[in-house]
Design a protein around this ligand. Structure first.
Ligand code: ZN
Length: 428
């Protein structure tokens, strides 16, 4: 049964000022161990090694996404828009609150290292034998499944999915504002109140009133800046590379039968790719960092070195180059091997191009990834058709290549490397 809460509860939040909880179900979901675990997972993974303020958690982000969704829906209800299905309110709020429930510690790196996906884990936690599942079941027998289908984008009413996952959704608005606040950068400070006022439910989509176009342009420019200044920051990428290498090395050692001086549950199940939901929920950043700290005195020299680099922030150096072909990469690896380095660990090439505005490339068919503007005559147009600014940043492939390597190791053998490779590594 779904009850309104007897008295509204509030959380103080630095980004949204207050987060208002008006439903008993939401309050009880927040108080489950699965949701509380998100306090121990940072929103920005290793970014705190670049921006020391970026220690905020997935817990605060999830509350923020819930709050933005709540404000959007209460506006839809207040204005009585007929295209908003009122009976979906609680479902949308639960999906917003729980959308990141399956994020693991340092999730992007751990997902890459172990081929996991946080969305799959979110659904497993919603549907498994968990406290969250029990609370959701009190709404209706099919409610956990309905929340999961919004998360995996199969729910029958696209407008609910669109509200929770779209290029202008509550998730993105919260993380831009929150990440800007905690990193301390000036980008990302979007006029969210104005954007929220301009949103409309229209048929099975959430669209933006045409007069809100400039606020949306500003939002996309902020996002573009945040990707390059924060999310793709070369120092953050360097720490992610080391993190992935630690996972890779530990997994290699585990499968080779190496005896770790320090091992903790559920890491063996992680290495074997056999985590249960219960085991997955025991993974958090406190546990991973404890393991890494203990491994700084492991016998294996490589693992010891990598863990020391991560814990004490001795990151890899990087050089940026416009382009690099496979032959050059092979030549560097070859030269590294000849000089006694280990190219599997001593050289990583990174090319961040996962751009946020690709989706707006005009000409692509209308889909859930587009932002739609609604004019006075109820005509809908895709944003980049109307906005010169958005068109100019659509589909740009701006990426440069970055070569990462342990500087002091490479310096020791630098003189033995071929001249052309010295020229590449010696810049910057
Ligand atoms: Zn999120």
């Amino acid at each position: 049964m779904h009850l309104p809460i007897t008295e509204e509860k509030v959380f103080k939040d630095p980004v949204h000022n207050y987060i208002h909880v008006q439903d008993d179900i939401i309050w009880r979901l927040i108080n489950t161990p699965e949701f509380q675990r998100l306090r121990r997972v940072r929103q920005l993974g290793t970014s705190y090694l670049t921006f020391h303020g970026a220690e905020h958690s997935r817990f605060s982000h999830s509350l923020g996404v819930y709050e933005i969704t709540r404000r959007i829906i209460s506006q839809f209800e207040r204005r009585g828009y007929p295209d908003w299905p009122k009976e979906e309110r609680l479902l949308a709020l639960c999906a917003a609150l729980l959308h990141d429930l399956g994020h693991g510690p340092f999730s992007h790196s751990i997902e890459e290292a172990f081929q996991m996906n946080h969305e799959d884990w979110t659904c497993k936690i919603l549907l498994g034998d968990t406290f969250v599942n029990k609370v959701l079941l009190e709404v209706a027998a099919d409610f956990p499944q309905r929340v999961a289908s919004v998360i995996d984008k199969t729910y029958e009413k696209p407008i609910v999915i669109n509200l929770v996952t779209s290029p202008l959704d509550a998730d993105r608005m919260d993380y831009l504002l929150r990440d800007a606040y905690y990193t301390g950068v000036n980008y990302g400070k979007i006029d969210m109140d104005r954007i929220l006022r301009m949103l409309r439910p229209f048929r099975d989509r959430v669209v933006v009133k045409e007069s809100g176009m400039h606020a949306v342009e500003d939002y996309l420019m902020s996002r573009y800046q945040m990707y390059w200044q924060i999310y793709f920051h070369p120092v953050t990428r360097s720490s992610e590379i080391i993190l992935r290498q630690i996972f890779r090395r530990a997994k290699e050692l585990y499968h080779a039968g190496y005896t770790f001086h320090f091992m903790v549950e559920p890491l063996p199940a992680l290495f074997e790719g056999k985590l249960t939901v219960g085991q997955y929920l025991r993974l958090d950043e406190a546990l991973i960092q404890t393991a890494f700290l203990q491994w700084t005195s492991e016998e294996d020299e490589l693992l010891r070195d990598l863990c020391g680099r991560f814990i004490h922030r001795r990151l890899y150096k990087y050089v940026e180059i416009d382009n690099i072909d496979k032959e050059t990469v092979d030549a560097i690896r070859q030269a590294f091997r000849a000089s006694g380095l280990n190219p599997a660990y001593d050289l990583e090439i990174d090319n961040p191009t996962d751009l946020p505005y690709d989706e707006f490339h005009s000409g692509s068919s209308q889909n859930n990834k587009q932002i739609l503007l609604l004019d006075r005559h109820d005509h809908v147009r895709e944003l980049s058709e109307v906005s010169d600014i958005v068109r100019s940043i659509s589909g740009i492939q701006h990426g440069r290549y970055r070569l990462y390597f342990p500087e002091e190791k490479v310096r020791k053998v630098f003189d033995t490397l071929p001249e052309d490779i010295k020229a590449i590594l010696g810049q910057g």
